[in-house]
Ligand binder design. Structure first.
Ligand SMILES: Cc1cc2nc3c(=O)[nH]c(=O)nc-3n(C[C@H](O)[C@H](O)[C@H](O)COP(=O)(O)OP(=O)(O)OC[C@H]3O[C@@H](n4cnc5c(N)ncnc54)[C@H](O)[C@@H]3O)c2cc1C
Length: 433
């Protein structure tokens, strides 16, 4: 039973007049407080409550509603996970957390998410690109399932309860202070606050926090080659950064403001810290063909021999859309009436260069509205990834984006939240069983 009482709290005078919401019970039931009603918090709370039925598990959520990011995720469809069932392959999608998540993925991975939701009546489907969604195509299906599972296991959900501070007493009990002056006492705390700068500041007294920076964004570029091409997709490009080893490949999308698409989003994730340090001003090289330079040269020469009478402008190569092909030719000053047979060595070299190393100056970033995350958070070396417990503070656990973990777009970020939430829930249950 949860009740309120006034109490003195010896080591914090300013709390003298505060209410305590004492979550301790008359019996020996442990109280587990989960800070944050997002994907990781719900998964941790439900798992914990399923494993120790007599525990009191409470989700403390600062806003009026829970699972707000799940709701808007995947364009309202919720890209729940990614159909990649080999942990060693799966971790390759995590620029931060790659090493640490390997063990956890051997314990709880996308296959388990299929089972978890299907056991609770939610069917999932895998799309061509291996992203996984509910068959309903509605994120509300996932939300309803999580909320109902929480209720079925007597997990309490306290909305509009912002945690503003936490500390541990000498008996290892945790004291959580709420924004409206209440204090909650718990045996264990799972911090699942996502990318909350406020909580990172509070946690700074126990843990090192890696500076948070945005990940998964698009590049702002103004360039004549890209003008009037918004909406065009190039199926396979390769992107490099000037002076760095970073390289990504995949489809590229030209937008009103610059470049987007999987190749750019991957680059933004792998280079999140680097780009932040450069104030999002740097140069990139796009290889529109995705092929090696000598292979491109060979294909151009062959075209010259095979199609001598064709106009270059009318015979785009390498799956490059014709409007982009035309812009590239204009940029290299190859006249639109030129035939393949008329292409001289100098022009051929210029064409090869623009196709394989087309340089753009990036000047800022834009939000990728379908999915974005924060790189940074609780430093991973200070967390035991077998249990998700802090190595510094007993009975303090972490799950989800509050950790310095983030992934590429495609369902991997939720998978990290489910896996770490699950492991934390099991570990807390084991501790108090
Ligand atoms: C637009 C968008 C779309 C996305 N789509 C996808 C997708 O399709 N697939 C995918 O894998 N990932 C997606 N992501 C990323 C994914 O949403 C996050 O990685 C995931 O939500 C992280 O879960 P979490 O539980 O750690 O944090 P969150 O979901 O952010 O939940 C944290 C919760 O803690 C609460 N909180 C914070 N501080 C306090 C406090 N002091 N006291 C009490 N409560 C607090 C917050 O209000 C919030 O409800 C998307 C992200 C965005 C922004």
């Amino acid at each position: 039973m949860i009740f309120l009482y006034h109490s003195l709290f010896s080591n914090e005078l300013k709390l003298l007049k505060a209410y305590y919401i004492c979550a301790m019970n008359e019996g020996s039931q442990p109280t587990v407080c989960v800070i944050g009603g997002g994907a990781a918090g719900f998964f941790g709370a439900i798992t914990c409550a399923e494993y120790i039925r007599d525990a009191q598990v409470i989700i403390l959520e600062q806003t009026q509603t829970v699972l707000n990011k799940v709701k808007i995720s995947g364009g309202g469809r919720c890209n729940v996970t990614h159909a990649c069932f080999e942990p060693k392959e799966l971790v390759q999608f995590y620029p931060r957390g790659q090493k640490e998540l390997l063990g956890p993925f051997f314990k709880f991975q996308p296959k388990d998410i299929f089972d978890w939701f299907e056991y609770r009546g939610v069917e999932l489907k895998t799309e061509k690109d291996n992203r996984v969604f509910p068959v309903s195509n509605q994120s509300s299906t996932i939300i309803d399932c999580l909320v109902e599972s929480a209720k079925a296991n007597n997990v309490k959900i306290w909305n509009q309860t912002k945690i503003t501070d936490l500390f541990q007493d000498k008996n290892n009990k945790w004291h959580l202070r709420t924004g409206n002056g209440h204090n909650i006492i718990a045996d264990a705390v799972l911090v699942a606050t996502g990318s909350s700068p406020y909580i990172w500041e509070v946690l700074g007294k126990f843990h090192e926090i890696v500076e948070p920076v945005p990940s998964l964004f698009t590049f702002n570029i103004q360039h004549v080659i890209l003008s009037d091409l918004q909406g065009i997709t190039i199926p396979h490009v390769e992107i490099n950064i000037d002076g760095h080893k970073l390289q990504t490949e995949g489809p590229l999308l030209i937008t009103h403001w610059g470049l987007s698409g999987p190749a750019i989003l991957k680059m933004s994730a792998w280079g999140a810290r680097l780009f932040h340090a450069m104030d999002y001003r740097f140069s990139i090289h796009v290889n529109w063909t995705g092929l090696k330079t000598n292979e491109v040269e060979r294909i151009l020469m062959k075209q010259k021999i095979d199609q001598p009478k064709k106009q270059i402008v009318n015979s785009p190569l390498f799956d490059i859309p014709s409007r982009l092909w035309k812009n590239l030719l204009n940029y290299t000053k190859i006249d639109t009436s030129t035939l393949w047979s008329q292409l001289d060595d100098y022009q051929l070299q210029r064409l090869k260069m623009i196709l394989t190393r087309c340089t753009f100056k990036v000047n800022g970033k834009s939000t990728f509205k379908d999915e974005f995350v924060t790189a940074g958070g609780v430093v991973l070396e200070e967390v035991d990834f077998r249990t998700m417990e802090s190595k510094k503070m007993k009975n303090l656990y972490f799950a989800g984006e509050v950790l310095d973990i983030d992934a590429l777009t495609g369902g991997f970020n939720f998978q990290a939240a489910w896996t770490t939430g699950y492991l934390a829930g099991i570990a807390i249950a084991n501790r108090f069983e």
